[in-house]
Design a protein around this ligand. Sequence first.
Ligand SMILES: [Fe+2]
Length: 402
Amino acid sequence: MAPAAPFNPPSADLPGKPSVPKWVPPPATQEKHNFAQLKSIDLSLLDSDDPAVVEELIQQVKIAIRDDGFLFLENYGVSLEQLHRQFSLAQYLYHNITDEDKERLLFSPETGAWSGYKHPYGFKRHRAQPDGIEQFNWYKPDWEDQENRVPKCLLPFMDEIETFCNYLTKSVNRRLLTLFSRVLELPDDYLWNSVQSHGSPTGEGYFRHALFRPVQQQTQEASKGLRMHGHTDFGLTTLLFSVPISCLQIWGQDEQWYYVPYKPGALVINIGDTLEIVSGGHFRATRHRVYKPPQDQLSYERLSLVLFNSSLGDLRMMPAAESPLIQREGCVEEQGVYKEFKKLTSQGNVVPTNRQWREIQIATCTDPTDTVRNRVGADQVLIDGKVMHQREYMGVKVVLPV
Ligand SMILES: [Fe+2]
């Protein structure tokens, strides 16, 4: 394969661009316990002329996504300096966004989209308990009407942010989907052409600048240290940049939470529900949560950049029957969401479309600080003596570790 072109963003020094202070990565934790061992994939190997190298790469991916549901991605075409510029822009946003813009661009999650500014008071438009999490999310309409839908302080830099998202979606994610298509023994562009949504720098998905500030005692007590509930992402793939403040945790095979270690410049790839279902359970949707960091990082702010790749909204999720892997080996029946969807279809019911699946989860999202919902008898159940978080969306039961 011809080598993929590296990221080549517009200059940071164009006339009219304010100077942006450099983001200085906070120190990584000294804590060594409870960290996951993640497999790392070198994406540049996909360009190798040696078929044996490419085949070895695909086998590595196959094992990582079936066993763990997550992996590190390296050498994907964005340098550390280019990446830090994007973090500097995110930091600039939170230092410069005006109260007027926070109000004007306030999100409305009840519509099924996170589009706009999230205040640090929970995941509803009305203010609940403080959660210390601010976000800005770009969806298709936000790219199309930047003057009215993007914070004024970021307008001079939208050329860089948009180019970055286009590169992540159309180069990095496309190559990743090529790898995944090959694992399913399908044509290289199968997932890109038939499942991934298109039509904007983020398709029907979204890009996020997130800032997690340290929380007050009261918030910490209400949420028991949880910053975001354990969940799987509803989309296709999620591209998270590895950050020094360790808050992201993944659910291990041994049913324990582990922090994701910091690997400078690497991407953490989450498999979403759609991919679990399309692959007939051969890929496992990543179960993850956001938790307070180790003791030595409790006083630091955590800046995070994430791209959520979304599948086509009108698709009803089902296994790709044309996959030779699925034809030969059948589906992997024990995977969570896949199993629930299978149950629904076998009862003769219609499964949700990708858009319905995405929107219902956003519209009904609950907060870790919600002490009324987060207890056994409400959103929690006891299964084999373990407390689990249980929700039901459109007839699909979702049970996740707390
Ligand atoms: Fe997530």
